[in-house]
Design a protein around this ligand. Structure first.
Ligand SMILES: NC(=O)c1ccc[n+]([C@@H]2O[C@H](COP(=O)([O-])OP(=O)(O)OC[C@H]3O[C@@H](n4cnc5c(N)ncnc54)[C@H](O)[C@@H]3O)[C@@H](O)[C@H]2O)c1
Ligand SMILES: [Zn+2]
Length: 347
């Protein structure tokens, strides 16, 4: 297949590039090499330095592509409302421009990099009141170290469940809103034009090539940086927050499977999949696993610090991706996170 890959110079895009190339697909690489993502914006040979929003930039590039694999995005949390236009510009408008260019070039198959952030909070159930959408944790509760999510009816702590793809979308920041928007543009485009889209909702991705110390790099990278400075990893809240850490090589394989699946999908379809390891871990466990692999291991420190708006638990079921794409993560967090402690990072 000929695959047009956007964000090909990024952390995940480079891994997808290698996975596609390894099985003989032809890859057309597109990346704007944003200075916020690349300290050294010198393009590799074969990278087309194009901003996905630039209609003229697309000329000729889409020709003959069987599938577009859209990884390009501005990533991170979107801390203040001042970030809203940035995410909307690159992610919302970028996706809209890409879909328009695809139709113009006769390309009607897209794999979209989405994220677990589209869900907002994870799924919960109270022993007495069943499944529920809990209210946000209050600043007062967090201030006294009461980190549990509580049932709005009986105030008891609720159990964290696996989120499936039919869960309601509830973005909580500019970045999350832009990932939902990318999905919605793609869904509308598929319906409108008879195209087909597979959206992959990655959970916490980690592995070699991850950016070092950007304000937005994930918690595993933060723990690693602390250890490299000779400091213990600092774990927020009580460390019992549940997450799913999925290795970048598994994410790349999921993209490969998705590209094949979308090429054969029925016209007018949009299908979302969780891409997760299927082995939930607590943030305290993540810190301990990264520390275990460090050159100079140090026991993590649980600090009780917190950030308003942080999600307590979000863990997913990868069952749909297994059933429909044949995806199963191969790297368990117990092996991948210690190895990540010394894996090469991007500058
Ligand atoms: N890293 C994670 O844990 C994670 C989790 C969920 C989803 N995702 C999604 O995966 C995708 C890849 O993320 P990543 O972690 O590799 O980030 P990254 O910053 O390493 O890569 C993104 C790439 O996109 C490029 N880019 C951004 N805007 C562009 C534009 N307008 N035109 C062309 N190129 C542009 C950047 O230059 C960069 O190379 C994103 O869509 C992101 O939302 C990442
Ligand atoms: Zn209850």
């Amino acid at each position: 297949m000929r695959v047009l890959l956007t964000g090909s110079a990024g952390f995940i895009g480079s891994a997808v590039d290698r996975a596609l190339d390894a099985v003989g697909h032809e890859v057309v690489r597109v990346d704007a090499l944003l200075p916020t993502a690349h300290r050294d914006p010198t393009p590799d040979e074969g990278t087309h330095v194009v901003d996905v929003r630039d209609a003229d930039g697309w000329r000729g590039l889409m020709e003959g592509a069987d599938v577009v694999c859209h990884q390009a995005a501005v990533v991170g949390a979107g801390v203040t409302t001042a970030d809203l236009p940035l995410y909307a510009a690159h992610n919302d408008l970028g996706t809209a421009a890409l879909l328009a260019a695809a139709t113009e070039a006769g390309v009607d198959r897209v794999v979209l990099a989405s994220s677990m952030v589209v869900y907002g909070e994870g799924a919960y159930a109270c022993a007495e009141h069943g499944r529920l959408v809990p209210p946000a944790r209050t600043p007062e509760a967090l201030a006294i170290g009461d980190f549990d999510v509580r049932c709005p009816h009986c105030a008891r702590p609720v159990a964290s469940l696996l989120v499936d793809e039919d869960a309601a979308l509830a973005p909580r920041n500019a970045y999350a809103a832009s990932k939902v928007a990318q999905e919605h543009y793609s869904l509308a485009w598929a319906r409108q034009t008879g195209a087909a889209v597979v959206a992959l909702r990655y959970h916490n991705v980690y592995g070699a090539g991850m950016p070092r110390d950007t304000p937005y790099s994930g918690v595993a990278a933060m723990f690693r940086s602390s250890l490299e400075r000779g400091e213990p990893p600092r774990v927020f809240e009580d460390g019992q927050q549940r997450r799913d850490f999925v290795h970048v090589d598994d994410v790349a394989r999921a993209n490969l499977l998705a590209a094949t699946a979308v090429a054969a999908a029925a016209p007018g379809t949009f299908r979302a999949f969780n891409v997760a390891s299927g082995h939930p871990v607590t943030v305290a466990e993540v810190a301990a696993l990264v520390a275990r692999g460090a050159e100079h291991p140090l026991a993590p420190e649980v600090t009780g610090e917190y950030r308003l708006g942080d999600v307590r638990h979000v863990v997913a079921s990868p069952a749909r991706a297994t059933a429909e794409l044949g995806f199963r993560a191969e790297v368990a967090p117990t092996a991948g996170l210690p190895a990540f402690a010394t894996a090469p990072l991007r500058g």
